[in-house]
Design a protein around this ligand. Structure first.
Ligand code: NAP
Length: 318
């Protein structure tokens, strides 16, 4: 059996123009104690993968080279390590594979992961769709429910609602019985309506706060900021006193003192992944994959995701 695998990797940080990401052969991992070796079939691409290539995470996490990008995986269990008993060879699984040290990512033929990170993949969707769920699904779940305490009957404003995280957040919030005001460019309004948004607002609008207030019909219970634009600054006054403000992009946004603020950095969580798989198989969560890339084009996928204008998800297909 080959001891090598094909992988996208880089040996120094760099900008996309410097093209640090190449594709070649690296040692194939094996399943250690409590681990499963996954044959990767699809790897979701996220903005953080591009930031990591630029070296923007190096002060937060130890990074080691050669570094394989990618934190999302859907695939098949190839081998189980000592005392790993939750899965068997051939099981279809998916995972959010962020570990304390960044080196062994998912843009490769194989990844070995603690089975604590892994859940059975949804059975009813393609590998591409399953690969697009973990990071954005967990982020939206942990933001809306763990941090934002969203409940039925409440109104949530989602800023950046047509991308990976936002498109899942719309659906999770609607499933929970909330009213959803979704912000993205007008080109994505039909898409967000299909996902369930009650009102769609363009962030280019001059009086965006007026439009949002009109659409909400009252103060907001939760603002969920998934964008790097200035909409939050223009709208945080619409949040009710004691309401929740959750950001995944800015740990210190301009905000009032009378609201509950939390910056969320998504954590691996297999039970929540199982719930996301259940919702997917029940037809209550759909991942829109706008483009797939072969592994050889990983650098192009990273350039696309860095635009912060991706509709739904993009995925690398092995
Ligand atoms: N902290 C965490 O754990 C965590 C987890 C996941 C993601 N993130 C971060 O969250 C952000 C969103 O991630 P993603 O994967 O959803 O990205 P994405 O797929 O690129 O989506 C970006 C979204 O932002 C919208 N947008 C772009 N410019 C905007 C502006 N000026 N004002 C308002 N909305 C704007 C886009 O809409 P249009 O295409 O219509 O412009 C799109 O809906 C990224 O910065 C990412 O790094 C953080």
């Amino acid at each position: 059996m080959s001891t090598k695998m094909k992988a996208a990797y880089y040996e120094a940080f760099g900008s996309p123009e410097e093209k640090p990401v190449k594709v070649g052969e690296l040692p194939k991992p094996s399943a250690g104690e409590g681990e499963v070796l996954i044959r990767v079939k699809g790897a979701g691409v996220n903005p953080v993968d591009a930031y990591t290539v630029r070296g923007m995470l190096k002060d937060a996490f130890p990074c080691k080279f050669p570094l394989i990008p990618g934190w999302d995986v859907a695939g098949v269990v190839e081998e189980t390590g000592h005392a790993a008993r939750r899965f068997k060879k051939g099981d279809a699984v998916f995972a959010y594979a962020r570990r304390p040290e960044i080196q062994h990512g998912t843009f490769a033929e194989y990844i070995s992961l603690s089975e604590a990170y892994v859940a059975a993949a949804p059975a009813s969707v393609s590998i591409e769709e399953a690969a697009g769920i973990p990071l954005v699904g967990l982020t939206a779940w942990q933001s809306l429910f763990d941090a934002g305490k969203l409940e039925a009957g409440q109104t949530v404003l989602i800023i950046g609602a047509s991308g990976g995280v936002g498109s899942v957040a719309i659906q999770l919030a609607k499933n929970a019985g909330a009213k959803v005001i979704a912000v993205a460019s007008s080109a994505n309004h039909a898409f967000m309506q299909e996902l369930g948004a009650d009102a769609c607002i363009d962030y280019h609008t001059a009086d965006i706060a007026v439009d949002i207030e009109k659409a909400a019909g009252g103060p907001l219970d939760l603002i969920y900021d998934c964008s790097r634009g200035d909409v939050l600054t223009k709208t945080h006054q619409l949040l009710k006193q004691g309401g929740y403000l959750v950001s995944i992009t800015n740990s210190k946004p301009e905000r009032r003192d009378d609201v509950k603020f939390q910056y969320v950095f998504v954590e691996p969580n297999a039970p929540q992944l199982e719930e996301l798989a259940r919702l997917t198989d029940a037809g209550k969560l759909k991942i829109h994959v706008s483009k797939t890339y072969p592994l050889n084009e990983a650098a192009d996928a990273l350039q696309q995701i860095e635009t912060l204008h991706t509709k739904g998800k993009i995925v690398i297909r092995m």
